[in-house]
Each structure stands twice: as C-alpha cells, then as structure tokens.
Design a protein around this ligand. Structure first.
Ligand code: SMG
Ligand code: MG
Length: 369
C-alpha cells in the first residue's frame, strides 16, 4: 500500500461522570484519532494515551509529536507498507506504544477494509460476543461507591472493577462485597502501593476478588512476586507488561498469574495478539484492558477480546458508560456482553458530524515523497 494522506484528529470528549484513579481525575477524555488514506482504502485508528504522563510515560501531546516527526517519516521511508510491517518499521522509536498502536490500527483498518475482512476474523477471533465489565473510579465516599456500583449492576454489568488507593481500599471493597455477595469483583491500584504495604494489601484477600491488578510500581516485579506467593487472590499485571520480553520476565519471576493486555500499552493489536498466543501456550489467562477509548479504539479492543485466550471479562463497557455521544455508532451491551463488529476492518464508521460538533482539531501531516 501507499500512504497518501495522514491526518491527526484530536477531540475532547466529555465523560458522563468524572473518572478518578490513584493518579488523577479525568472529566474529559482527550482522544487522538489517526486517519490514513492509502491507494487501497482509508482507515482509522486510536492512539489511546493519557493527557498527562501519570499512567505511563506517554501523553497525548507527545504521541502526536512522535507520529508527526518520527513515525510517519519512518513508514514513508520503509521498503513496504503493510499492517504486519508497521511494528518493525517503527521499532527504532523507543517507547510511545499508543502512538504506534494508533498508526498500526489505521493501516490495518485500511488494509482489511480493502480486502473485505473484519479485524476479528483476521486476528483469529472465535467469539461473536465478548464478556465485559465496568471499571469504577474512586468516589467521594463509600456510600457513593455502593450507589454507583448498584447503578451499573442495574445496567446489566456482571463484573465490576474498583479503583483503589491508600485510604480507599479495604473499607470500600468490604462495603461493595457486603452489598453484592455474588458479584464478580476485582480491584486495580495503578501502582499506588509499595512492598511496605504488603500486610495492608493482603487484607484484600478475604473478599473473593477475581484479581488484584498492579498494586506496585511497574518495575517492581520482585514485590509482585512476593505478593503472588502470599495471597490466594490472583495478581494481575498491567503497567509492568510493555512487551513480549517484559511479559516473559514477569512470568519467569512469577510476578503474576493473570495479565491485562492493552493495545495502547503494548504498541498495537498485533503485539497484543502475539502476547495472547504466548500466554495461551504458557497457560496464563489474559483479559482485555481499556483506556476509556472512543468507539474507534473500542472496536479494535472488542475484536481482540474475541480471541480464545481472553478468559476474564474485558474492561470494555457500552458507549453510554463513557460518553453522551460516541465518535462511532454506539456500542450497546446485551447481557454483560458486547457484540464483536463483523464489517470489514474495524467494522465501525467515524461520525463526521460528531467530530464537527465536538470541534475536533484536524491536522494534516506532510506525506509528500
Ligand atoms: O476503558 O473502561 C475503561 C477503563 C478501564 O480502568 C481502566 N483502565 O489501569 O486499567 C487501568 C485503567 C487505565 C485508565 S485510567 C483513566
Ligand atoms: Mg490497570
């Protein structure tokens, strides 16, 4: 394929309610879409990073700059342009997995659209619907959390993830567990604890949680290994796993028993598929994480989650859990599941009038050869 046009589209999409984690509160989702036109077809991707470098090192302004200054020139000078070659063409650029993922997704969408193949089929997805859950932010009070969880349960969510941090952990988890004894429940600390908190974190072991996600720092495999040995509850890594190699090291260190696979953290859906395959081979259960994506990134996530090794419900909710108006046709939940898009490529279309109404900033990059 030949790249004829690359456009970056930045949209500030208001969230239906603020989302608070241990590293900050978001009230608006800062979305970066990548739009490519090739000689074969057009394609869309989403570079799912945060506006600040608080989740990992990447942030949206930096993703834009890297795409414009380094990634697009690298693709233009590569001997061939195919979705499968994007990763290696960009390998010289260190880091910036969300930027790479967004570009790869757009090129994959173009390539598959031209060939009339859906992303799920291309990846080897085996399900038509995927089990999903909802990730619930830190609230002002424990009572407010129980009410919020209750409203999500009423909406049909059968798996709930609670964000925790020091000062908001055992008590809220105990309250939610008491109110919903049978709910599939898990927690995510986004690296807010240290090994000094080992005893405190181990108090979470009594609530029958599906897993505890990333309690310690991304580079603390040793700490996670100690916790994995100490607790009955499975330990899941998110931020620590940034590549196939780091995943292998985490497994060798026995630092987790579950992995969260996220497109914007691992550098693309193809890297996620490779890690999924490795985990299946090793018997490690995985699940699909989310970054509050718009319908563009969500379409790719749902396709990915249709692969057979994704055995826990995904952090992918219906569009209306995030936004009043999504950037594609909305994802609607039925029975705590989302349907896997079956159209060619991502299988969703970008709503140009939504982009205009939301005053998206569109930036054409130089692609003259
Ligand atoms: O996309 O539904 C979603 C959010 C899932 O909690 C979620 N993601 O660490 O797993 C995680 C977080 C990262 C984003 S926090 C703003
Ligand atoms: Mg996480």
């Amino acid at each position: 394929m030949m790249l004829e046009r690359v456009e970056l589209v930045r949209v500030h999409l208001p969230l239906v309610r603020p989302f608070r984690t241990s590293f900050g509160t978001q009230t608006v989702k800062d979305i970066l879409l990548v739009h490519v036109e090739t000689d074969a077809a057009e394609g869309w991707g989403e570079a799912a990073a945060h506006p600040e470098p608080y989740y990992n090192e990447e942030f949206v302004d930096a993703s834009m700059l890297v795409i414009e200054r380094f990634a697009v020139p690298a693709l233009l000078s590569a001997p061939e342009l195919t979705a499968e070659s994007v990763q290696s063409s960009l390998a010289r650029i260190k880091g910036y997995p969300a930027a790479k993922a967004g570009l790869e997704m757009a090129i994959l969408d173009a390539e598959l659209s031209a060939g009339g193949v859906s992303l799920a089929d291309y990846l080897g997805g085996t399900r038509d619907n995927v089990d999903v859950g909802v990730s619930v932010g830190i609230t002002q009070s424990v009572g407010a959390l129980v009410d919020l969880v209750s409203s999500y349960v009423d909406d049909g969510y059968r798996r709930v993830k609670l964000k925790i941090e020091p000062g908001f952990d055992v008590e809220p988890v105990a309250a939610v567990r008491a109110a919903f004894p049978d709910l599939a429940l898990q927690v995510d600390a986004n690296a807010a604890y240290t090994l000094d908190d080992l005893y405190h974190v181990s108090l979470l072991d009594e609530f029958g949680l599906l897993m505890i996600e990333q309690p310690f720092a991304a580079d603390d495999l040793g700490g996670h290994a100690i916790l994995t040995r100490r607790l009955r509850t499975p330990i899941c890594l998110d931020e620590s796993v940034v590549s196939l190699r780091s995943a292998e090291q985490a497994l060798a260190a026995q630092a987790c028993t579950v992995m969260n696979l996220k497109v914007g953290r691992l550098g693309g859906v193809l890297a996620c598929r490779a890690l999924h395959n490795l985990c299946v081979e090793r018997g490690v259960p995985v699940w699909c994480g989310g970054m509050l994506e718009s319908g563009v990134g969500r379409a790719a996530n749902v396709a990915l989650a249709s692969l057979p090794g994704f055995v826990y419900p995904a952090d992918l909710s219906a569009s209306d859990r995030y936004f009043h108006r999504d950037l594609t046709e909305p994802f609607v939940m039925t029975g705590s599941q989302l349907a896997v898009p079956r159209g060619p490529g991502l299988g969703v279309s970008v709503d140009q009038s939504a982009l205009a109404d939301l005053r998206a900033i569109r930036h054409d990059l130089e692609v003259n050869r």
